[in-house]
Write a protein that binds this ligand. Structure first.
Ligand code: HEC
Ligand code: HEC
Ligand code: HEC
Ligand code: HEC
Ligand code: HEC
Ligand code: HEC
Ligand code: HEC
Length: 299
């Protein structure tokens, strides 16, 4: 019992590794041209004491109106990083529950009652020039932090982390705990007949998982698996799905993703006779525990 709890905490402690931070490419889908001709996709604007007009329509004085561009919309101001409420590793653009709101310390401001990028990032810090590599490179409020989880515990209750296990979906009587479904689904799907085609998720599939799991792209077997299988492999996947009565869902763009190999549901939620039940609570939640690799590779 003690051991399991410890494990859960360590797992969450290791989370929130958010990709490698090579300077992010500008979002091509929603490209915003730089004001400054000197600014390219690879320019780091932060801590330079320059490029004010990339973010400010007019250069503000301290304590004045900030004259932010895009009406202060952070999803557009921070556009270089390609983050949206859909794909950022932490929920953003949301109104905290009253319970959570009471726990958020004053040093983490909300924007019109919502959690936004500047709730955790003190953006004004980076407006200023820093000759040396700044110690708080990610300009986190109250930072720098020795461990990234220190900042998490400012708002999240350490002792409640066990409750955060979203794969624990049945109560002691074996009944579905509907709120657990909402970690990933916009509403509780009908376990008897809902399918991947008609469920709606709260964000990008991979990001939902990465909110809690520190699993980067070189996984499993140290290889980047987040790719579109070629035609031969696709045929193999289809035939394995039929012969093993299992689903190996690809993401909306046809790429292999976390839930292609892992079943996020607790055993007993999806009825056993359904394909989607396979792998629930098996080792590492693998849909084909023991022979996972053979689903796609001839070994
Ligand atoms: C990468 C975007 C970005 C750049 C570049 C930038 N700023 Fe800012 N600045 C912001 C944002 C966003 C805020 C508002 C932060 C908030 O409200 O938490 C801000 C706030 C400020 C404030 C108000 C601080 C306060 O709290 O009173 C001043 C003054 C300021 N910036 C000056 C500058 C100057 C001068 C430059 C250029 C040397 C600059 N900024 C460059 C994004 C930027
Ligand atoms: C709940 C707090 C929180 C919010 C809200 C938040 N961040 Fe972060 N952000 C962090 C923490 C903590 C780290 C450092 C993670 C690490 O050290 O691995 C980070 C790291 C980053 C990084 C560097 C690593 C990376 O992912 O590339 C960028 C860029 C970033 N945040 C941008 C944003 C943007 C843009 C938003 C708004 C859409 C945002 N953040 C909202 C807490 C937050
Ligand atoms: C400024 C406060 C704040 C900080 C700092 C913060 N969070 Fe959150 N977090 C929130 C709020 C608010 C929610 C939305 C849930 C709610 O309102 O109860 C949330 C939601 C989450 C969720 C979605 C599950 C849920 O409980 O709804 C995860 C996972 C999460 N945070 C992890 C982290 C991690 C990991 C860190 C540290 C890197 C972190 N948070 C830092 C405020 C914060
Ligand atoms: C940790 C995230 C997560 C949680 C929590 C979660 N689901 Fe899902 N669920 C998914 C994802 C991702 C898919 C799409 C992939 C798939 O079909 O398995 C999915 C698919 C489904 C499907 C379709 C399965 C199929 O065979 O096509 C059903 C039914 C379902 N979920 C029911 C539930 C119910 C009921 C709950 C609450 C007890 C729940 N889910 C909780 C992530 C989650
Ligand atoms: C809110 C946090 C959270 C989210 C979101 C989440 N998980 Fe988990 N996950 C956990 C915790 C806590 C455990 C450990 C407890 C357990 O094994 O049931 C775990 C366990 C696992 C394991 C087993 C690990 C092992 O060592 O055997 C796998 C695989 C897994 N999750 C995959 C996923 C996938 C895939 C998604 C996205 C659909 C996801 N998780 C979303 C918190 C989360
Ligand atoms: C191609 C299949 C495949 C994909 C895609 C995949 N995994 Fe795994 N995962 C595995 C296998 C196989 C293991 C067993 C141990 C190993 O080989 O690392 C595993 C182990 C794990 C574990 C437990 C061990 C550990 O390293 O912590 C977690 C948690 C996990 N995966 C989460 C994820 C998440 C989150 C994603 C998506 C970002 C993902 N996996 C994508 C196959 C996959
Ligand atoms: C759902 C299908 C799927 C599963 C399951 C899977 N892989 Fe892969 N694997 C892929 C795809 C797709 C690629 C990328 C092929 C490409 O585009 O080059 C890949 C690439 C690889 C590569 C790089 C060499 C190559 O063939 O391109 C290795 C090694 C590998 N996988 C090993 C494994 C191992 C070991 C397992 C079991 C733990 C596993 N894979 C499970 C789909 C899968």
């Amino acid at each position: 019992m003690k051991l399991k709890r410890l494990f859960v905490i360590t797992l969450i402690l290791s989370v929130f590794q958010v990709g490698d931070m090579t300077f992010a490419k500008r979002n091509n889908g929603n490209k915003i041209s730089p004001q400054n001709k000197m600014v390219t996709d690879n320019t780091n604007l932060h801590f330079t004491g320059r490029y004010c007009n990339e973010c400010h329509a007019r250069i503000p004085g301290k304590g004045e109106n900030t004259f932010l561009k895009f009406g202060g919309d952070f999803s557009r101001l921070c556009n270089c990083h390609n983050y949206t409420p859909w794909n950022y590793t932490h929920p953003v653009g949301i109104k905290p529950s009253n319970e959570k709101k009471a726990k958020i310390p004053g040093e983490f401001p909300l924007n019109n009652g919502k959690l936004e990028c500047n709730t955790c990032h003190d953006i004004y810090l980076q407006c200023r020039y820093s000759k040396f590599r700044p110690p708080n490179k990610k300009f986190l409020r109250g930072g720098p932090y020795s461990k990234r989880t220190v900042i998490c515990f400012k708002c999240h209750d350490k002792d409640k982390y066990k409750k955060l296990d979203p794969h624990d979906q049945l109560n002691a009587d074996g009944e579905i705990i509907s709120e657990k479904c909402l970690y990933c689904h916009t509403e509780k799907p009908n376990e008897r007949n809902a399918t991947f085609e008609n469920i709606e998720l709260v964000g990008d599939i991979k990001m939902i998982c990465r909110r809690c799991h520190n699993i980067l792209d070189k996984h499993p077997a140290g290889e980047n698996h987040f790719r579109i299988p070629d035609i031969k492999m696709l045929k193999m996947i289809k035939s394995v799905e039929t012969s093993y009565n299992v689903t190996l869902p690809l993401d909306y763009k046809g790429r292999v993703t976390c839930i292609t190999c892992h079943n996020p549901h607790e055993r007993g939620v999806i009825p056993n006779e359904r394909k989607g039940a396979k792998g629930a609570d098996k080792k590492h939640r693998q849909r084909l525990a023991g022979i996972m690799c053979n689903a796609c590779h001839e070994l």
